[in-house]
Design a protein around this ligand. Structure first.
Ligand code: OTN
Length: 487
């Protein structure tokens, strides 16, 4: 090899090195997932989010005393359901597409729906089944038989038991918690109501949280008042079904206060909160938590439930919808028909993403497997991401032809934390001029799911503009839908 050949050879080698030098980071970047930002959900919370709607069953002494807040003096003789059938409850849930249910085992009146060893104020001193009945057993058995996850509300407040608020009450409650968590199979969630429970300080929950974690490590803890630090999910500040906009899954749990002046903290969460504690929206299908015949005419309509769904599940929250069984021990057919109506609307609307098959362009694609098409592919595992330097993006969906829609769905990859903090959607009918959708303008949070409905628009292109974020985008779903004409 002469000198000239040597120089040519070296030049070739150098250019090869240069090409590898330039392409390697791109190739690596294309294969590397975005790094999580801020607090992220645990495994319990990820599963909790995917349940979307949980049923609540308020049933107990209050049902028979026809009150909402018993004072703890009602005689156990009053408790006598004539036709209790928890399989009927679960069939209502099947018709409503609901896969998880919480039973009130003890409300603040202190009456226990199971034959606990720790008090006589329970079903064992009622005429129902000659004192041999156990609502918790019938409920958990029915859930098991129908593949529904069973969960328990065990009221921290207790107006009947004289130990309430004392160290002995800590033992009493811990004993009952142990009975329920040891003897009835997997308990999916435990619900700690803060209502009236001001005397139940954090030290009570220190112990009770320990009991839950030891006996049922996978049990979701719904926390309130003095238990937020142990919560997997939080109260969101009202019982009307209205989660905030924005609604962040993150919050500073130790600083939460429930007085009216602080309620927005719970309702909206905190964008830079120190912990991941998303909102669970407890609301009754009827005006009251317990069944009262006089409220039969005031069960929420399907349209009302549809709004509720958008304001809860559609606001990055889980909906906890109460179906109070009546004195027979059955869920009213009025309630079950409305719940099935909601289910039909959900299925009818979301069965087809009108953005599926769109030609999608974006400004800052990450490349590799994080393709824009992943947002419309109906695949749980795939998502679109931008490159690490891009916390904003403009993503255009060319629908190929004009389509009419009135609902938008957005989902982030929750495992990677809240990333997007500002976004808008607009549309174009002629491919040039962009028209904002007012309801989808200057939005902030996304999280597990964000839904918006509006008057139908007709467009050939739709555009998602992420205008601010904490880190590169990780968008799981962008969907546009048309509601069925039922509404
Ligand atoms: O009168 N209240 O106690 C009341 C009225 C309306 C809304 C909430 C409440 S109490 C509130 O209940 C929540 C569950 O819905 C949580 O348990 C909170 O900790 C409690 O303060």
């Amino acid at each position: 090899m002469n000198f000239k050949q040597l120089v040519t050879q070296i030049k070739k080698q150098l250019s090869l090195i240069a090409i590898v030098w330039v392409l390697m980071p791109l190739a690596v970047n294309a294969q590397t997932a975005p790094i999580p930002v801020g607090p992220v959900p645990n495994a319990r919370q990820i599963e909790w989010y995917h349940r979307e709607i949980i049923a609540f069953f308020h049933f107990g002494m209050n049902t028979f005393a026809n009150v909402n807040e018993g004072d703890g003096t009602a005689s156990p003789q009053l408790f006598n359901p004539t036709a209790l059938d928890c399989n009927q409850w679960t069939s209502v849930l099947k018709g409503a597409g609901i896969t998880t249910a919480i039973l009130v085992a003890k409300h603040a009146d202190g009456f226990c729906n199971w034959p606990t060893a720790h008090t006589n104020y329970s079903v064992k001193n009622s005429p129902w089944k000659n004192g041999k009945g156990d609502v918790v057993r019938e409920f958990t058995d029915a859930c098991k038989a129908s593949g529904i996850k069973a969960a328990i509300y065990l009221g921290p407040h207790d107006r009947h038991d004289s130990r309430y608020g004392t160290p002995d009450y800590s033992d009493y409650y811990a004993g009952q918690l142990s009975e329920l968590l040891r003897n009835y199979g997997p308990i999916w969630e435990i619900w700690w109501d803060g209502a009236g429970a001001d005397q139940i300080t954090t030290s009570f929950y220190d112990r009770w949280a320990d009991t839950v974690r030891k006996l049922q490590p996978n049990c979701v803890v719904f926390g309130t008042k003095n238990s937020y630090r142990y919560a997997d999910s939080r109260w969101m500040g009202n019982e009307s079904g209205l989660s905030g906009d924005p609604c962040w899954s993150t919050i500073n749990p130790v600083s939460i206060r429930e007085e009216a002046a602080h309620i927005t903290q719970l309702n909206h969460g905190e964008v830079d909160g120190s912990a991941y504690v998303p909102a669970e929206v407890d609301v009754s299908i009827r005006p009251s938590w317990f069944y009262h015949q006089e409220e039969d005419a005031h069960v929420k309509s399907v349209a009302g439930l549809w709004d509720l769904y958008f304001n809860s599940v559609g606001h990055n929250s889980v909906l906890l919808l109460n179906f109070p069984p009546d004195k027979r021990g059955l869920v009213s057919s009025i309630d079950s028909v409305r719940a099935a109506g909601l289910h039909n609307l959900i299925n009818g609307t979301f069965k087809k993403d009108l953005a599926a098959g769109a030609v999608i362009t974006s400004l800052h694609p990450r490349g590799g497997v994080y393709k824009p098409g992943n947002m419309v592919d109906d695949n749980e595992k795939t998502y679109y991401a931008t490159n690490d330097n891009a916390a904003t993006d403009t993503i255009t969906f060319n629908l190929g032809k004009k389509k009419t829609f009135d609902v938008i769905m957005l989902q982030e990859v929750i495992e990677l934390g809240h990333r997007t903090t500002g976004w808008s959607v607009d549309y174009s009918s002629n491919g040039k001029d962009w028209i904002p959708i007012p309801e989808a303008t200057s939005k902030q949070s996304i999280g597990y799911k964000w839904l918006i409905k509006f008057k139908p628009v007709t467009a050939s292109r739709v555009r998602l503009r992420v205008t601010s974020g904490k880190a590169c985008l990780a968008i799981h779903t962008f969907g546009i839908y048309k509601q069925p004409s039922l509404l």
